[in-house]
Design a protein around this ligand. Structure first.
Ligand SMILES: [Zn+2]
Length: 331
C-alpha cells in the first residue's frame, strides 16, 4: 500500500525552510516536530543532484522531492546517509522510486549499522509507538484546555508516523565506501569523509572544498547532542579533524545553518562535559551525583549557548543523558 503517492504537493506534514548556502547548494532546514525530521542538504551538479539524508519517514522525503522540482529540473543521482539513525534514512525509498537511477551512498560502517541495528529498530518502533499513542490519548484526557491543542497535534503526528513506519520498505545504501569517497563533477568536488567516531561509529561528513561548505549529520546539531549510540570520548577529537578543513558554512543534522563559531561552542561543551565526568568518576561518585554536579558545573558556561531550541530540546535534559552515557563509558 502506498498511502501518499497520489496526494501531490504538500501531502506530507513535514515542514522545511529552504536556505541557499552557496550557488547550487541549499539546506532544507526541518521545523522542530514531535517525530523529529533531519535537515537535508541539496547539491545541484551539472549532471544531477545529490541530497544528504532523508528524514524519519517517506512522506517527509516526498516533501523534499516536491520542493526540489521548484529548484531544478535535474534528477537526483546520489542520496547520502550520514549515519544509521531512523530520522536520517527512513525516507530513502522515495528517491529510487522517483529517480530510478539514484544510488544511495554511505560508508561501510554505517551500512552495516543499518543492517544490524537500523532494520531492527524499525520493528521496535512498530511495537513501541502504539504505547506512545495510548499515552498521548491519556494525556489529552487529563490536559488543561491550553495544553490540549499541542497534545492533539502530537497525537496526529504519532499516528501518521506509525502508519508510515508500518509500511516502510527500507532502502539500504547501494554504494558503500571505506574511508573516503570523492566525486569530481564538472562544476564541483564533493568529498565524503569519515573523520573518526562521534555521534555514531560511522559518521559521514560531506565536504565541498570550493564552496567551503561542510555537512555534518548529527556529529553537530543546533541543540544538545544525542549520544545514545555515540562515543563521547572520541567526539571532540573528530571535531578537531573537522576543524582542520577549510569551510565557512555548516549544514548540521538538525537546527539552522551555522558557521565555524558554533563548531567551537559545540566542541567545547562536549570536551568540558567529558572532562568533568571523568573528574567526578575518579572521586567514586554515583551516576546521580555525577549528573547533578556536572550539570551545575557546566551550566554557567554552556546552558545559554544552547538556548535557541530550549523549548524543544532543553539543554538540561540532553546534558543529563550525555553525562549518563559518558559515565557508562568511562567507568
Ligand atoms: Zn542521529
Amino acid at each position: 500500500m502506498d498511502c501518499c503517492a497520489h496526494e501531490g504537493p504538500g501531502g506530507g506534514d513535514a515542514r522545511f525552510d529552504i536556505k541557499k548556502v552557496a550557488d547550487g547548494v541549499w539546506a532544507a532546514v526541518a521545523s522542530p516536530a514531535y517525530k523529529v525530521n533531519c535537515n537535508t542538504a541539496i547539491i545541484e551538479n551539472a549532471d544531477g543532484v545529490m541530497v544528504v539524508d532523508t528524514h524519519s519517514k517517506p512522506s517527509a522525503a516526498r516533501v523534499i522531492v516536491e520542493q526540489l522540482r521548484g529548484l531544478t529540473s535535474k534528477p537526483v543521482r546520489y542520496v547520502v546517509n550520514t549515519h544509521f539513525h531512523w530520522d536520517h534514512w527512513h525516507g530513502n525509498e522515495v528517491y529510487p522510486q522517483a529517480y530510478p537511477d539514484a544510488e544511495i551512498v554511505t560508508n561501510t560502517i554505517t551500512r552495516e549499522a543499518m543492517v544490524k541495528k537500523g532494520l531492527k529498530r524499525i520493528q521496535d518502533h512498530v511495537r513501541q509507538v502504539p504505547a506512545e499513542i495510548a499515552k498521548l490519548k491519556a494525556d489529552i484526557q487529563a490536559a488543561s484546555p491550553s495544553q490540549r491543542a499541542k497534545l492533539e497535534a502530537d497525537l496526529k503526528l504519532a499516528e501518521s508516523y506509525l502508519a508510515e513506519v508500518r509500511g516502510l520498505k527500507p532502502a539500504l545504501p547501494t554504494i558503500a565506501f571505506e574511508q573516503t569517497m570523492k566525486l569530481y563533477r564538472r562544476d564541483r568536488e564533493i568529498h565524503l569523509l569519515h573523520l573518526g567516531r562521534a555521534h555514531t561509529e560511522g559518521d559521514v561528513f560531506v565536504y565541498l572544498p570550493k564552496e567551503k561548505v561542510v555537512i555534518t549529520g548529527d556529529a553537530m546539531i543546533g541543540w544538545t547532542p544525542y549520544m545514545g549510540d555515540g562515543y563521547p570520548e572520541d567526539w571532540a577529537g573528530t571535531l578537531d579533524r573537522l576543524a582542520q578543513l577549510d569551510f565557512t558554512h555548516i549544514i548540521m543534522g538538525h537546527g539552522d545553518v551555522t558557521g565555524r563559531e558554533w563548531l567551537n561552542t559545540f566542541r567545547s561543551y562536549v570536551a568540558d562535559m567529558v572532562e568533568a565526568v571523568r573528574q567526578e568518576v575518579a572521586t567514586g561518585a554515583t551516576v546521580d551525583e555525577v549528573k547533578q554536579r556536572v550539570i551545575a558545573k557546566l551550566a554557567p558556561r554552556h546552558e545559554k549557548a544552547f538556548a535557541a531550541y530550549n523549548d524543544y530540546r532543553p539543554w538540561r535534559t540532553g546534558a543529563a543523558a550525555n553525562i549518563e552515557r559518558t559515565f557508562a563509558m568511562v567507568s
